[in-house]
Every structure is written in structure tokens, then in C-alpha cells.
Design a protein around this ligand. Structure first.
Ligand SMILES: Nc1ncnc2c1ncn2[C@@H]1O[C@H](COP(=O)(O)OP(=O)(O)OP(=O)(O)O)[C@@H](O)[C@H]1O
Ligand SMILES: [Mg+2]
Length: 266
């Protein structure tokens, strides 16, 4: 009995983000229909599903870009349901978008720096100019470390519009890292990216995961992404229709006739 309680406690502690019966309708269309997912610490959780199944709606809801009708979003056991995106960001959740939109005329370095939004902020910081400079130096150092990690440092003074599609996705990850997140949510991080660079993006993701970061990812390119996935959810018509954790269960989910059917019907 006692052992059971201990196991339950540790099991629970691994869950970083949880949705409970999350629901959202658009004019009667159930884009999310009682969705329950768990995102565990230091794991890569993938949401797959045909077009229009509710994947983007789910991550928009979790990250505060969309208000839900009912259900809950818990992050580290705290209720963050329908909070504003900036509040959710303060909890340590950051997201990248399906179509990254860096400020194109700014350099790669500037794009990384502007995502650290506390820089020079507020009257008090402006009064203490030397403190502000120190902070700025630290931020530039941090930005360079991130660029080095992503192998974008040689492009630091190029405008971001000169980057390839894949490099822009890496820049998005860099911008996310600048905020010291606990959870990075990514909508289609390798859409339109050549296979070599797509694997490169995921090798960075795995390295970050091994350092303790957690990822919630939506992606259609299953041929590339599946081998990196720890936890898989399949959505269709706003519902989770299958779930598997670990390679054996993921294999089972992919061979589940229900899952095959929704893809064939797509
Ligand atoms: N803002 C909105 N207003 C009205 N309907 C919406 C809105 N956002 C999404 N929908 C609808 O909700 C459903 C789920 O859409 P969603 O974008 O979440 O799908 P998805 O799984 O991300 O698809 P894709 O793989 O094509 O990106 C779709 O039927 C879509 O048309
Ligand atoms: Mg989508």
C-alpha cells in the first residue's frame, strides 16, 4: 500500500503539463473534444493526426493563444487554463509557430536578443545605466552561446531574411531558448525543411531534451520525427484516438487499425 503511494507520487512528479477534458468549439464544430494529454519532463511528446484534427488548436489553447470552452490545463500542477500568453510564458512555456516570422530586416543576433524581453525594461533599469549595460553584455554572451549551439554563430550579423527555411526554424528554437523555458511547444518545426537539416534540427532537440528540457511537438513528417518520439498521441476530429509511450507502444499505435483508417480516409 505504502509502496503504491510512493510510486504514484514519483509518477505524478514527472508530469509537467496536463490537459483535462479540454474542449473548444468553433461555431458548433468541436475542434477539441475532451482532450486529455500528459507531457512528461525531459520527454518529447508528439501530436499527430490528419489535417484539421485539432492539433494546432490544442497547442494554441495550451499556450494561451486561444481560450477554451471547458476543461483544464495544468502546468506543474498549477492551473493555467485560459491565462494570457505572456502569463503562460512566465511559467516557462514558450512556443514556436507553424510559419516562423523573424523580423526579417534584423540580424540573426538581434532576433535572438529581442526575445529576452526583460532587457532594459522599465524606468528603474534605465536609471541604473551600468546595471543595464552589464545585463546587455550577459544577454549577448548568452545569445552567442545559443547561436554556437545551433551552429548559426557564423551568420550572427546577417539579416534573418538571408537564412534558409531550415536555418529560420533553428533561429526560432534559439529565440525560444533565450527565455530559459521548461517546455518548448513547436508547431510543425520541420515543415518544408530538407531531410538532412530536419534531422539536424531534431538532433538539437534531443540534446536539449537530454539536458532536461521538455518538448510538445506537432509534426506531419512522421518518416523523420518518429524515431525521436517518447510519447505519441493521435488526434482525429478533435479527439485523442490513440496514445502510446515508448517504442513498443508507439509501434502498436501506428499499426492500430483506427489510426490507419483516419489516415487513409484523409
Ligand atoms: N480560428 C478558427 N475559427 C474557426 N475554425 C477554426 C479555427 N481554428 C481552427 N478551426 C477549425 O478547427 C479544426 C481543427 O483545426 P486545427 O488547425 O487545430 O487542425 P490541425 O490538426 O492543426 O490541422 P493541420 O494539420 O492542417 O495544421 C478545423 O476544422 C479548423 O477548420
Ligand atoms: Mg495545424
Amino acid at each position: 500500500m505504502i509502496q503504491g503511494i510512493i510510486i504514484y507520487y514519483f509518477g505524478d512528479a514527472m508530469v509537467l503539463l496536463e490537459t483535462k477534458n479540454l474542449s473548444k468549439s468553433f461555431d458548433g464544430l468541436k475542434a477539441l473534444d475532451n482532450v486529455n494529454i500528459n507531457v512528461e519532463k525531459s520527454k518529447l511528446t508528439l501530436i499527430m493526426g490528419p489535417n484539421g484534427s485539432g492539433k494546432s488548436t490544442l497547442i494554441n489553447a495550451v499556450s494561451g493563444f486561444l481560450k477554451v470552452d471547458s476543461g483544464k490545463v495544468l502546468f506543474e500542477d498549477k492551473d493555467i487554463t485560459n491565462k494570457e500568453p505572456n502569463e503562460i510564458y512566465d511559467y516557462g512555456i514558450v512556443r514556436t509557430f507553424q510559419n516562423p516570422e523573424p523580423l526579417k530586416s534584423m540580424t540573426v543576433l538581434e532576433n535572438i536578443l529581442i526575445s529576452e524581453r526583460h532587457i532594459g525594461e522599465g524606468v528603474i533599469n534605465a536609471l541604473f545605466h551600468s546595471k543595464w549595460i552589464k545585463k546587455e553584455e550577459e544577454m549577448v554572451e548568452k545569445a552567442f552561446k545559443i547561436l554556437e549551439f545551433l551552429k548559426l554563430d557564423h551568420r550572427w550579423d546577417h539579416t534573418s531574411k538571408s537564412l534558409s527555411g531550415g536555418q529560420m526554424k533553428l533561429l526560432e528554437i534559439g529565440r525560444a531558448l533565450m527565455t530559459n523555458p521548461k517546455l518548448i511547444i513547436m508547431d510543425e518545426p520541420i515543415a518544408g525543411v530538407a531531410p538532412g537539416l530536419a534531422h539536424d534540427i531534431f538532433s538539437h532537440v534531443i540534446e536539449l531534451k537530454n539536458k532536461g528540457l521538455s518538448f510538445l511537438i506537432v509534426e506531419h513528417r512522421l518518416d523523420i520525427v518518429l524515431k525521436y518520439v517518447d510519447n505519441l498521441y493521435v488526434m482525429f476530429n478533435g479527439s485523442v484516438i490513440a496514445h502510446g509511450e515508448g517504442s513498443r507502444e508507439i509501434e502498436r499505435v501506428l499499426n492500430d487499425p483506427k489510426v490507419i483508417e483516419v489516415y487513409i480516409g484523409d
